[in-house]
Design a protein around this ligand. Sequence first.
Ligand SMILES: NC(=O)C1=CN([C@@H]2O[C@H](COP(=O)(O)OP(=O)(O)OC[C@H]3O[C@@H](n4cnc5c(N)ncnc54)[C@H](OP(=O)(O)O)[C@@H]3O)[C@@H](O)[C@H]2O)C=CC1
Ligand SMILES: O=C(O)C1=N[C@H](C(=O)O)C[C@H](O)C1
Length: 255
Amino acid sequence: MTVRLGVTGATGRMGREVLSAATGREDCEVVFAVNREPDGESVEGVDVESAGEFESLVADREPTAVIDFTGPESAADYARACAAAGVAFVTGTTGFDDDQYEALEDASEDIAVLHAPNFARGVQALVNVVGDAVQDLPGYDVELVETHHNGKRDAPSGTANRLLEEIEANGEFTERTHGREGEAPREAGEIGVHALRAGNITGEHEIVLAGNHEEVRLTHRAEDRGVFAAGAVDAAVWIAGQKAGWYDFADVISE
Ligand SMILES: NC(=O)C1=CN([C@@H]2O[C@H](COP(=O)(O)OP(=O)(O)OC[C@H]3O[C@@H](n4cnc5c(N)ncnc54)[C@H](OP(=O)(O)O)[C@@H]3O)[C@@H](O)[C@H]2O)C=CC1
Ligand SMILES: O=C(O)C1=N[C@H](C(=O)O)C[C@H](O)C1
């Protein structure tokens, strides 16, 4: 079966990569792409249409799934529109507030919704191991450093927040310290969280565990945005066969 894809945020950094990844595959077809202000542009041979046309494009072109990399407010709106139209929704957008995230969760009652703050397979592996590392090293200090390009809006990154959930799962760490300044020494139960924004860096996440005169560093470095786009297209192809519900990238990888 060929999966019919709609793409939002088509002229953005990730939208362009998604179009490049999707148009190079035989198991999917891009049936439309939209951006907020497209300016008559085409990306990878796909005409980019106005976001205002989204609902009529969905009705006319009948996508199986929509892939979204826009911003939290628009992703929540697209989730609602996809739910109304019965179209599966895959989003890699990060930086949601509680209400926006709830809109995605509500949509998953009617359609298949998959949200992943990071579509790199290596990040999923990091998510899988970080909790074990914390568990195996009780009493060690843990700090997280994430580094991204200077155009990124949200901090800490969505991936950092996901990793922090894993680190906090066993209850040893209860307080996030964002950045660090002043005179007080580090306290037990504290995780330092540091966001760097510089140049064109695609995305790096490092967890430092230190104690007992030793240190462990777990690092993921994305070398190219194509890795995220490939994962998002894999997710959209996978979700085409799924019933309404909430999914994450681990569900895609585990099959
Ligand atoms: N899960 C993952 O693996 C990854 C997630 N991300 C996340 O994806 C999101 C996008 O990142 P990135 O591509 O770098 O950001 P960009 O700012 O480069 O791209 C976002 C695009 O969405 C467009 N846009 C904004 N609002 C709408 C709307 N209502 N309808 C259609 N298009 C809209 C923007 O248009 P305009 O410029 O005109 O506003 C822009 O072209 C971020 O939240 C980021 O954190 C990024 C990389 C990987
Ligand atoms: O905005 C980005 O670029 C990225 N955002 C995601 C995040 O917030 O975790 C994933 C990746 O690190 C790139």
